[in-house]
Design a binder for this molecule. Sequence first.
Ligand SMILES: Nc1ncnc2c1ncn2[C@@H]1O[C@H](COP(=O)(O)OP(=O)(O)OP(=O)(O)O)[C@@H](O)[C@H]1O
Ligand SMILES: O=c1[nH]c(=O)c2[nH+]cn([C@@H]3O[C@H](COP(=O)(O)O)[C@@H](O)[C@H]3O)c2[nH]1
Ligand SMILES: NC(=O)CC[C@H](N)C(=O)O
Ligand SMILES: [Mg+2]
Length: 512
Amino acid sequence: MSQIIAVLDFGSQYTQVIARRIRECQVLSKIYHFSTPAAQLKADGVIGIILSGGPSSVFAKDAPMPDKALFELGVPVLGICYGIQLQGHLLGGKVSKSTHREYGNGVLTLQKPGRLFKGLPKKLKVWNSHGDRLIALPPGYTAIGTTENSEFAVIEDRKRNFYGIQFHPEVFHSERGIDVIRNFLLGICGAKQDWTTKDYIKHSVQTIRDQVGKERVLLGLSGGVDSSVAAALIHKAIGKQLTCVFVDNGLLRAGEREQVEKLYADHFNIDLRVVDASKLFLKRLKGVSEPEAKRKIIGNTFVEVFEKSLRSVGGAKWLAQGTLYPDVIESVAIAGNPAALIKSHHNVGGLPDRMKLKLLEPLRELFKDEVRAVGETLGLPREVVWRQPFPGPGLGVRVAGDITQEKLNVLKAADSILQHEMMASGYYWKVWQSFAVYLPVKSVGVIGDERNYADVISLRIVESRDAMTADWARLPYDLLAKISSRITNEVRGVSRVLLDISSKPPATIEWE
Ligand SMILES: Nc1ncnc2c1ncn2[C@@H]1O[C@H](COP(=O)(O)OP(=O)(O)OP(=O)(O)O)[C@@H](O)[C@H]1O
Ligand SMILES: O=c1[nH]c(=O)c2[nH+]cn([C@@H]3O[C@H](COP(=O)(O)O)[C@@H](O)[C@H]3O)c2[nH]1
Ligand SMILES: NC(=O)CC[C@H](N)C(=O)O
Ligand SMILES: [Mg+2]
């Protein structure tokens, strides 16, 4: 029986981040609904339980509650944030609303050597996000550490192997957070580190086979990292039952369609059809300038095109996409968590309600760097695995405001100079994304002693780990100067080039 660490989901924004930290420690984890019966966890071979954070207060009337019997399974339990509050509430301690919310960075001071903090310094920067707090320990527990507003920031009951943390060790901003999780998994639960990318692939291949059976699958392939890895994985699972469709939506970069066709012909043994739907997309988008409206139209039109191609691929029942976790969390609320809508990624929030195809998304829980690791293990070429992300709505969300063919042409020309210089300098591979944006303003310039009232282009070049947060890349001035001067000199109709120096948050990577 496999060893599983169960993550009970109480609706935290970070539930998937906890799961990914566990995978980073090469341990198998599974996310369960918060109400999963303890007997089920036991039957699944769970060797440790993590109670996630969540937006509710434990004493609220409809607060999500776990099956209390999980505290009698004899397996270690770690509560994070809402999870520590649950331990307090259910096991005889006391939780109350705090007058001081703790939000963002704080300092943890350890008073005692706790098992979770083995080998770690006595003071650590940690990241908080809570309004309630534990004010009395449940019997059997000891206080281990404090933060400014939490007397019980870390607690443990060594005998029963119950642990609680008020801050979020899973987020990147909590110093040595991964070590805390590793101590729980390896030191306390005794997990074996045997969950590798290879296992992930084996497991996914089996799941895909079980899901799909003998039915046919149509995969939307963009030539990007995610859909290429999804294609390779699904092809490994079901071979000829898979057909890929690349849609030319008229919002692609210069030469992109030809590049993808060639790449796939050279490197992949996969049935790929190319559909030119550029006229349809541009017709639907005509005169539309509101970003969410544009995204919805693009998502809907993609599905319309996929549905039209169904007959020619032998009546597929499944639509496969390379959807990743960040696409999901920004687009929709998940697992009862009232997460805010940031923007509708075309492949999630942009799908029409009437869609009849079943969705097959084997990468839906992964982050980009994990997908790249899967791609490398599957032997995909470097230019695919390490390609910069390019969103499905493409230049459609990079022409700010309404889209016309003329604006697209200006943007394509500017973007292709940027790409060329990024490649030539090697910086293409060092940053997360680099692209040009067409702004809906004009500005006055002067060329050949003449007035030039023309378009403005902004450069957006960012560094990131997983697209959840990002910062603008500090590129050499000489390189920026060269890009700017080439764009204003070579692209007719551009009088000015700007550099976007906003981080995410508060900005996002794309402009719309
Ligand atoms: N032009 C396209 N034709 C067909 N499917 C597409 C196209 N563009 C995007 N998709 C679908 O939408 C999904 C999400 O797009 P997204 O851009 O996030 O991923 P990607 O293109 O596969 O990878 P990358 O993040 O590297 O760009 C893709 O995985 C793919 O299934
Ligand atoms: O396939 C996609 N469909 C979309 O609708 C979409 N919107 C944004 N992106 C990409 O996602 C990452 C995060 O982007 P934002 O900071 O703009 O939300 C960045 O890498 C963006 O390029 C998309 N990808
Ligand atoms: N992030 C959390 O888990 C928060 C828990 C609880 N809602 C609080 O505000 O304290
Ligand atoms: Mg893409």
